[in-house]
Design a protein around this ligand. Sequence first.
Ligand SMILES: *[C@@H]1O[C@H](CO)[C@@H](O)[C@H](O)[C@H]1NC(C)=O
Ligand SMILES: *[C@@H]1O[C@H](CO)[C@@H](O)[C@H](O)[C@H]1NC(C)=O
Ligand SMILES: *[C@@H]1O[C@H](CO)[C@@H](O)[C@H](O)[C@H]1NC(C)=O
Ligand SMILES: *[C@@H]1O[C@H](CO)[C@@H](O)[C@H](O)[C@H]1NC(C)=O
Length: 498
Amino acid sequence: MLGTLLSWLFLGLQASSVSAGSEPSAAHSLVWGPGLQSDVVLPARYFFIQAVDEAGVNHTSSPGENTYEVKIADPGEQFSRIWVQVLDRRDGSFLVRYRMYASYSALTIEVLQKGVHVAKSPYRLKGPVYHEACDCPQPRADVWLKHMRCPDSVPQIEQDLSYFPRVDPESLAKEVPHRFGQRQSLCHYTIKDNQIYIKTHGEHVGFRIFMDAFLLSLSRKVKLPDMEFFVNLGDWPLEKRKPSEKLHPIFSWCGSNDSRDIVMPTYDLTESILETMGRVSLDMMSVQANTGPPWEEKNSTAFWRGRDSRKERLELVKLSRAHPDLVDAALTNFFFFKHDESLYGPIVKHVSFFDFFKYKYQVNVDGTVAAYRLPYLLAGGSVVLKQDSGYYEHFYSQLQPWEHYIPIRRDLGDLLDKIHWARENDSEARRIAEAGQQFARTHLMGDNVFCYYFKLFQEYAARQVSEPKVREGMEKVEQPKDDLFPCSCHRLRAKDEL
Ligand SMILES: *[C@@H]1O[C@H](CO)[C@@H](O)[C@H](O)[C@H]1NC(C)=O
Ligand SMILES: *[C@@H]1O[C@H](CO)[C@@H](O)[C@H](O)[C@H]1NC(C)=O
Ligand SMILES: *[C@@H]1O[C@H](CO)[C@@H](O)[C@H](O)[C@H]1NC(C)=O
Ligand SMILES: *[C@@H]1O[C@H](CO)[C@@H](O)[C@H](O)[C@H]1NC(C)=O
């Protein structure tokens, strides 16, 4: 009886929200974002559309995924090699992304609703508009930072570098390989005149491809400071000395409470940005268009899938077996704890990340180090239950428990209580989910990551007290030569003409 009443109310609410969100108004709708600026060069450029009705009220659910048509072309060319995608975020807003395969002398971006221009469409980008592969660095760091709207300061960078007021490339070049080079996998990079040089140490150096690719990409966009630094290619942070001892600056993808490594955005996030609309299918943009059913229709069982890379992950599977009504957790792979398959198996089929968001509650448990999936989990519109952890990524210090996620104890001892809490305080849990999503949308996109790395390099380089040098045994990391559409960089051209 009550159930029927509730479902009537529910249907009533749904109906009214549908009628409130009738046709958006082309004139009132909003279009904004970095993809409307020629100077914001990214692997995939992007901007947003917010559907707004005649009365000036934002739509809060999708007005239909084909509401908007976006056309991007160089008005002076017959064919423009640009791939455009309009992603429906189903909250009344859309993310438009485009990848350019050549550079253009100008671009016109038309945003149309049934053939009518939306907001201030058409947008005209004054050229040159460079594509990702174009080697055309902005020589002035301050100009690039302003175009990219990078933040003035980043607390995590300041914190990490506070242990290194002076950096001496001359002594680091000897001491770091001596201290770590035998047993760890490290890359020694020198950047000189915006060219990149490398020497690797250790056996397993395959992951250097991520760092190489990112440095090449960044150096095509902005002139990097001369600098010399070491990148740790392994999972675990390395500098475990006490601050009172002599510390060595090591750049790592993951930080931890008991080490002093300098943290960078993970190789996973970085690669997904470089390969957006390419080889990688999960990235911070595609995830926004695949957030599953609306909150009310999400399953209220907590969800988790992953490898057996940490003991707590096994604990989580045990909890799930004991309380299947509260937690659906299973391993997709046994590698670290094979002998325990009888207790924690059977392994289940891999679940597409987008299907995670059929569930309201996402459990984030460390793997070998921090679980690099957190950026995607936050972006998905479910609420994240995050295990307390000594490991962190470059953005964790900006996240607040109970604001962006629900904290759970390291040993998962309070996970069931927290799920109960979330079920009983649904609107509160939903608010946290939305704040986490908003954070991901505004702090973990490609431009944010490019800004982070550049600010980090700039601040680090400023601390150097001896001249960075191309050391013996270093090889040059070359820009890829296989680009089908070479560009002509106006900055280089101008130099030639002098
Ligand atoms: C409508 O959406 C825009 C874009 O997301 C946002 O800036 C604005 O605050 C929203 N307006 C209201 C009243 O929520
Ligand atoms: C919610 O998910 C659980 C675990 O995957 C499943 O057993 C249950 O049937 C689902 N509930 C609904 C209503 O679909
Ligand atoms: C690590 O440090 C963070 C921030 O100070 C803290 O919230 C967290 O509890 C610490 N975790 C562990 C396991 O030490
Ligand atoms: C959460 O739910 C509990 C139990 O229903 C209630 O006592 C408490 O006030 C709620 N807390 C918040 C923050 O809404």
